[in-house]
Design a protein around this ligand. Structure first.
Ligand SMILES: [Zn+2]
Length: 287
């Protein structure tokens, strides 16, 4: 039913959409003030958040929402709906942006549905932004709902998660890293276990350029996602990472984030960043 109804827009085009949309419809009867959407790919999460906004504002038959044909549905799919606010994406969310929205969140929505405020990349919130949002959620905001998108709930401030309903999209299929990156990743994990073989690798002139370092970071990020989700059966690297335990995985996430920022600075040598990743995790006990 919904599969065909949505053919004119892409609100239904994400992994597991059929099941997820049915859950969103059920949830819309008593819409939680804050919804965390985890799992899936970044695009899946964004589409699911828009589908949630459409479900809450659709004027079609309740059992067929989002109909994807009424004015609210079409406008939400196009990102031009008056009661839809999307934060983040290209640039990090600032406290100023959130403060500017406070008066509006004190008002009911302009239309007959709900005002939906979506926060993309909520796992990258600056702590000040997370705290401001937490304060916002502590007050009743009639007619307003909030949606926080993150790869996993563990990467959000715990107090934000505990104030939210969590919707988990199907986890993406693990995608293998390219052979050269896989070899670097294996060497990194081997170094954690044995203390051997890493510096020879990064010390070889020209072996670790910025492009490789960035690809290795994203491979680490992917394995981290699998390890946090407990989805390790197809990946020895994720299995090894899982042994870090929750605190170690969180630390690895922070280390990867800092490494990413360092690599964005043109004066920083990629090999040094890679050495730092390798030793930062060893120093804090990786066994
Ligand atoms: Zn509709």
């Amino acid at each position: 039913m919904t599969g065909t109804a949505c053919s004119t827009t892409d609100l239904c085009a994400f992994a597991g959409a059929r099941q997820v949309l049915s859950r969103l419809r059920t949830l819309s009867a008593h819409a939680p003030q804050s919804l965390v959407i985890e799992g899936g790919t970044e695009a899946d999460r964004t589409t699911a958040a828009l589908a949630w906004a459409a479900t809450l504002n659709c004027t079609g038959q309740p059992e067929a929402r989002p109909c994807c044909q009424c004015a609210p549905c079409v406008q939400i799919a196009q990102g031009v709906f008056l009661d839809l606010k999307v934060f983040g994406g290209e640039s990090k969310i600032s406290t100023d942006e959130v403060r500017e929205a406070l008066p509006e969140w004190g008002q009911p929505p302009r239309g007959n549905g709900r005002r939906v405020s979506i926060f993309l990349g909520a796992h990258e919130f600056h702590p000040a932004v997370a705290n401001l949002l937490l304060k916002t959620l502590e007050e009743p905001r009639p007619g307003n709902v909030f949606v926080l998108l993150a790869p996993q709930r563990e990467r959000l401030l715990q107090t934000l998660v505990s104030r939210s309903f969590v919707l988990t999209l199907p986890w993406p299929e693990p995608k293998a890293a390219e052979p050269d990156v896989a070899e670097w990743l294996a060497a990194l994990l081997h170094f954690w276990d044995t203390g051997q073989g890493w510096f020879e690798r990064t010390g070889t002139k020209g072996s670790a350029d910025r492009a490789l370092a960035l690809r290795l970071l994203s491979a680490c990020q992917r394995e981290l996602t699998l390890a946090v989700a407990g989805n390790t059966q197809h990946s020895p690297a994720a299995k090894r990472l899982a042994r870090l335990g929750p605190a170690g995985l969180r630390r690895f996430d922070l280390v990867l984030g800092q490494a990413q920022e360092a690599l964005n600075q043109p004066t920083v040598m990629p090999a040094l960043v890679l050495d730092w990743i390798a030793t930062a995790m060893i120093a804090k006990g990786s066994a």
